[in-house]
Ligand binder design. Structure first.
Ligand SMILES: N[C@@H](CCC[C@H](N)C(=O)O)C(=O)O
Length: 280
């Protein structure tokens, strides 16, 4: 049996897309299948899988969400996450490319973190990620190095640590292993962002993603980093007027706006680069 797939990325955070509009093709999407699809040598390769399914076919997860399409996201280890900021931007690109939605209008997409609204403008896709939750201070460590970190929830959990250098030969290292974190703060695991200042309202980051390891970008992570940076810059909550930061990631650049009405907008490129069939 073979199945259609597509491959896309947002700032090199890459995904296998599985069209399964009525939910009849992939059943419960077994974690072993997700791992096989994401395998960079024996599979297609990706940081995660985006199942493209109608909300009506998602059962309880989609209940009460007034959006035709649902982004059913899995990390490359097969685990489920509530939200993926780059993934949902690639998802919207795919819906527009395939004529499944009107790309000239806002696009609502249901997720495990509720409905997100996207706008596609040329090469750029913006996701309204909703209200950030700033949940206090924590700490993360890599080997002997330990940093204070800001706990920010963007629908999924993040720990944002400001460091002196992102160099893989420095204390942050190559991030081959998961950083240590406080399991009582993050019982379901955490995405850890390491951040340096690059200029005014301009930062750079690396990320170790829960369920995927180090990736070249993380949209929700960039949003968490922007909020933590703005707070460190003296903003005490939702800004008086819209505030935009540039966030550089290894795979490109994202622009994050924290709006005066307390929403976070994530903007960057998103492309679908291949399609085919797979027997995996
Ligand atoms: N890469 C994503 C985040 C994917 C989910 C994350 N690994 C988690 O488990 O929460 C993004 O672009 O936001």
């Amino acid at each position: 049996m073979t199945y259609p797939f597509l491959k896309g990325h947002g700032t090199e955070n890459d995904f296998v897309l599985l069209p399964d509009h009525d939910g009849s093709v992939h059943g419960d999407l077994d974690p072993a299948r997700v791992r096989a699809l994401c395998d960079r040598r024996a599979g297609i390769g990706g940081d995660g899988v985006l199942r493209v399914i109608r909300t009506a076919a998602m059962g309880d997860a989609g209940r009460g969400q007034d959006a035709e399409w649902f982004m059913d996201y899995r990390n490359s280890d097969g685990s489920v996450s509530e939200m993926c900021g780059n993934g949902i931007r690639v998802f919207a690109r795919h819906l527009v490319d395939e004529g499944l939605v009107d790309g000239s209008a806002p696009i609502p997409v249901a997720t495990r973190d509720g409905i997100k609204v996207l706008r596609v403008e040329g090469d750029l896709v913006t996701a309204d990620m909703g209200r950030p939750k700033v949940l206090g201070e924590t700490a993360v460590s890599v080997g002997e190095a330990r940093w204070p970190a800001r706990h920010v929830d963007m629908g999924n959990p993040h720990a944002v640590a400001f460091v002196d250098s992102l160099d893989a030969h420095g204390p942050v290292g190559p991030l081959l292993d998961e950083p240590s974190y406080d399991a009582s703060t993050y019982p379901e695991g955490v995405n850890v962002e390491f951040v340096v200042r690059a200029g005014e309202r301009h930062v750079a980051m690396r990320v170790h993603e829960r369920g995927s390891g180090e990736t070249r970008s993380c949209g929700t992570g960039a949003c968490a980093v922007m909020v933590a940076s703005a707070l460190a810059d003296g903003v005490s909550g939702p800004p008086a007027e819209d505030l935009t930061y540039r966030v550089d990631v290894p795979g490109g650049t994202l622009r994050i706006t924290w709006t005066a009405d307390d929403r976070v907008l994530l903007t960057g490129p998103a492309v679908v680069v291949a399609s085919g069939t797979t027997a995996l």
